[in-house]
Design a protein around this ligand. Structure first.
Ligand SMILES: [Zn+2]
Length: 220
């Protein structure tokens, strides 16, 4: 799962607008932000296996980001950071924490069994990655739902739609580009590229959140 993760951020923004969009977007991919950094550091491991159907990622070691207890810890940490450092309202901080956890739940749908239920324990994953077309349809469907909710809420707050439409279009383009790109090369460089992409998406989400304030009053 790649851009489908952002759907929960967009839907959460519609439900809890006091959470800045960038915190939700960073939250949706926080586990993978940590993962890409740990790949660069050589702590977590992946290898590329082009013979695998769909995604060629063989994610054979990632206990610190993608095990169930780790995902819960990242979610709680994000909630606390939002509450203590960013001083977000409790509901908004909880929204970010839930969005962080949604990453693991969505990964569970698509990953082959590589998500540990406990450190060194059983690994789970329903493996939708083995069916690339269905997997792509799931990601696009999630973006359509989450993006639709976000667009609707922007209309309700009298914010123009175009920054949101540009951001959603960017996400769809990113997904198409990623699906056509075969990962290769050193793992550290792959991790660095992934990290840059995740951070660019966070920055663009902050711009989309700022953009499109309309002049004048809502007509009710
Ligand atoms: Zn992930």
């Amino acid at each position: 799962m790649f851009v489908g993760h952002y759907a929960t951020a967009l839907a959460a923004k519609a439900i809890e607008p006091r959470a800045p969009l960038w915190t939700l977007v960073a939250g949706a991919q926080l586990v993978d932000i940590g993962w890409s950094a740990l790949l660069m550091a050589g702590v977590e491991k992946v290898r590329f296996d082009p013979s695998l159907p769909g995604s060629p990622l063989d994610l054979y070691y990632m206990p610190f980001t993608h095990s169930l207890p780790a995902a819960i810890a990242w979610s709680v940490a994000a909630l606390l950071l939002c509450r203590i450092l960013l001083k977000l309202p409790m509901r908004a901080a909880i929204a970010v924490g839930l969005v962080v956890f949604s990453h693991w739940a969505l990964d569970w749908l698509v990953h082959r069994p590589d998500l540990e239920l406990w450190f060194g324990g059983d690994k789970v994953g329903l493996g939708l990655w083995n069916y690339p077309l269905q997997e792509a349809m799931l990601e696009m469907g999630l973006i359509a739902l989450g993006g639709g909710a976000w667009l609707w809420s922007r209309g309700a707050w009298d914010r123009s739609a175009w920054p949101a439409l540009l951001f959603i279009t960017f996400l769809v383009g990113l997904q198409i580009f990623a699906s056509m790109t075969e990962p290769s090369g050193p793992i550290a460089a792959y991790g660095r590229t992934a990290l840059i992409v995740y951070l660019v998406v966070v920055a663009l989400s902050a711009l989309a959140d700022l953009g499109g304030r309309k002049q004048g009053q809502a007509s009710g």
